[in-house]
Design a protein around this ligand. Sequence first.
Ligand code: SAM
Ligand code: SF4
Length: 328
Amino acid sequence: MLFDNHGRSISYLRLAVTDRCNLRCFYCMPEEGIDYLPRRQLLTYEEMERVVRLMVKLGIDKVRITGGEPFVRKDMMEFLERLAAIDGLKKLNITTNGTVTAPLVPRLKNIINSVNLSLDSLDEKRFFNITRREYFKDVMRTFEQLLHFEIPTKINAVVMNGRNIEDIIPLVELARNNAVDVRFIEEMPFNGSGSNAETLAWDYPKILEYIRSHYPDIEKIPDPKNSTSFNYHIPGFRGNIGIIAAYSRLFCGSCNRIRLTPQGMLKTCLYDDGVFNLKNLIREGGTDEHLTAALLDALGNRAKDGFEAEKRRNFGLPVSESMATIGG
Ligand code: SAM
Ligand code: SF4
């Protein structure tokens, strides 16, 4: 088992396999996109597999593949199949924007434990205004396929003042007759453009109050261990509703996750700016013992929460990088 210096057990790795994406969600990337990493700076599949195998030996039992958009990286399915075969890895999950995922769903069924599908609007025009790309129908097709193949699915929607408030209730309604959980995420300042709102218009209490005003019977249900969402049930609904207080950082006390960025940076908190570059160590010929020592060292010096992690950033600069370089 892995533990950090605050006694939290660490069992979950979020692996961002690329920084490239075919959408331009305005909360994640500026319209012109971001400067993608040169290919040689991305971890190779072999390097990622080596790190995952090592981390699983050390106590990680859940891996989420994210990005950028994972499925824009060539040969992703073969990589997933290799990861799924790792002994001791109990859960392999993926977060996708669903744009090119629909045809892959039958094959995913045998590899993946669950899918988080990002979908911020059920209105084609608003979807375009948010993502700046015309992929709405493809994403909806992915959603249908996930339901059809009965892959456990969660919908993730970022709540954006003035952009998709009218989508909150239609998105909640997806959980009425479908076996999907719908989770609303506070918008964070990881937009790649450096603009940084001082306050958040739609935070957890406000999102909850808004949903409750339409569903007065909504009730709190217990949150699974290490859950980042506060979870609710509406009587008669098949799926549950979650709210992720990612801006307010209300989940740090039980955080069991670490992150690996596409360029091999180890992050022990979403809000840090990378605590160690594992790729450099690998390419300098680092052994598994070296990699283990670096990981343990990073965990032994982990910030207690996202506020401390943000303060510790180099030069004290606030977060502004694109979420596509982190993975969410
Ligand atoms: N491209 C994939 C997707 O969109 O599902 C995976 C990567 S994306 C960075 C992972 C998650 O981060 C998505 O659910 C996305 O909505 C969320 N995200 C991105 N930028 C965010 C922000 N500024 N605030 C809150 N969530 C954000
Ligand atoms: Fe791409 Fe996901 Fe970022 Fe949207 S949130 S731009 S889909 S990486």
